[in-house]
Design a protein around this ligand. Sequence first.
Ligand SMILES: Nc1nc2c(ncn2[C@@H]2O[C@H](COP(=O)(O)OP(=O)(O)O)[C@@H](O)[C@H]2O)c(=O)[nH]1
Ligand SMILES: [Mg+2]
Length: 323
Amino acid sequence: MAKAGFASLVGRPNAGKSTLLNRMIGEKIAIVSDKPQTTRNRILAVKNYPDGQIAFVDTPGIHRPLHRLNVRMVDTAIDTFREVDVIALIFDASTRPGQGDEYVARLLKDVRTPTVLVLNKIDLVSKARLLPLIEQAQRWHDFAAIVPVSATTGDGIDRLERVLLDQLSEGEPGFPDDYLTDQPERVLVAETVREKVLQHTRDELPFSTAVIVDDFDEEERDRLLRVFCTIFVETESQKPIVIGRGGEMIKRIGTEARQDLEAFFGTRIFLDLRVKVNPQWRDNDRVLDEIGVPQTSGKGRRARTPTPVARRFSAAKAKRRKR
Ligand SMILES: Nc1nc2c(ncn2[C@@H]2O[C@H](COP(=O)(O)OP(=O)(O)O)[C@@H](O)[C@H]2O)c(=O)[nH]1
Ligand SMILES: [Mg+2]
């Protein structure tokens, strides 16, 4: 009998949750950057194994929130604790365990969902340095297993997937075998653009940026997908940073995003980007709804069944994935 269930990836910002998701799925579903708070919403992606199926849930980093955006983001992560079958708590093993790690580990105190501690980024540390980290973590929580991995090199990933699968109950897979992710294509596009903004700009800009898709024209999809996006920044002074000298930066953002999207969608893409100033977007519920940051209970205690809107990729895409 096969095993099936949900596994959520939780942890501090920058621990490598999204990199890990992409590595396990083998496709770039979640955007990645070295800036905290890159992931703003929950991302579901499904992987099939000969003996089961895991529905992974990538989540925003857990930290003490200041803005409404951040409150929603953190709740999104905490909400998954009780909704999934197994939690993978990701630690960045290349940094010393600190208050942030303890804060997250202690949030799991009354949670009965089995939790696997994942020590990520072991490509950056010697084995000897893992031991004190493991001892410290065990004082904070009773973990079902502890697995060292590197999401970047792939080291330990097979074992992690085995351990997670082991924690699931026997049952029928919840998703059809060609199901990849619940992320709507519009969101994947907007996120890819935002990733390039995050990767190429510094300082306060990452937190100040939102991208929405104004128009997603798939009339001639097989030949050319036309997408029109707006990049929101918060102040007039941030606008020239995104645009760059002579439009150099916006061009680079556009080119790199287009290349990633062409690889992902398997078709040519026309990508139109514009930049607008909107000082309040981070506290504006309408914008938050548009960029797909979900409304949450505000307390992270809501019991909700994890049944995201199913969204199947085109048959062509599914076929490519099987190859
Ligand atoms: N060296 C190394 N870097 C990693 C690893 N996993 C993630 N990173 C980097 O850590 C940063 C944060 O990764 P990301 O997946 O966005 O973290 P998240 O905020 O937890 O989703 C990025 O710069 C990644 O390239 C790893 O195993 N080794
Ligand atoms: Mg992330």
